[in-house]
Design a protein around this ligand. Structure first.
Ligand code: GTP
Ligand code: MG
Length: 150
């Protein structure tokens, strides 16, 4: 079963949007199998965003991601990686379509974009291992899932 790592970034926490974003995933029918609040250390930020550390925007991205608590989630369902990326919307909130999380809750032109979602199965596996121990992930079945498959 496919899994993805979602981070509700410091602006989502500070703007009190955690509940609204989690509700979108729950209303969609996507099971949440792990969830915790934490502050991302500088070292963890470097590992999570290893593809971006050499880019000119990285110092600002690192300061943002380590600047306050985040809520980290794992969602589990067939096709969940692509579904969550669609629900997030385009990288910059100012470009993101209405109806998406970034499009509905943000208007920043750059770094501040509320949410992270893994962009491939390989990234998801790597990122989940960075943020969660195995015993923090709950592989349970939701009783409503029979209505969300066929
Ligand atoms: P994540 O889910 O957070 O990984 O976002 P993404 O996959 O939509 O974008 P990407 O992985 O390309 O970039 C990671 C993060 O870096 C983005 O979410 C932005 O916060 C920031 N970022 C990316 N590109 C730029 C840029 O050109 N300028 C600035 N200021 N920030 C950027
Ligand atoms: Mg990305």
């Amino acid at each position: 079963m496919e899994r993805t790592l979602v981070i509700l970034k410091p602006d989502a926490v500070q703007r009190q949007l955690m509940g609204k974003v989690i509700s979108r995933f729950e209303e969609k029918g996507l099971p949440i199998v792990a969830c915790k609040m934490m502050t991302i250390s500088p070292e963890l930020a470097d590992r999570h965003y290893e593809a971006h550390t050499a880019k000119p925007f990285y110092p600002g991205l690192k300061a943002y991601m380590t600047g306050g608590p985040v809520l980290v989630l794992v969602l589990q369902a067939e096709g969940v990686i692509a579904m969550v990326r669609k629900m997030m919307g385009a990288t910059f909130a100012s470009d993101a379509e209405p109806g998406t999380i970034r499009g509905d809750y943000g208007c920043a032109k750059g770094t501040f974009n509320l949410i992270h979602g893994s962009d491939s199965p390989e990234a998801a596996q790597r990122e989940i291992e960075l943020f969660f121990e195995k015993n923090e992930i709950f592989d349970y079945k939701l009783t409503n899932q029979c209505w969300l498959k066929a």
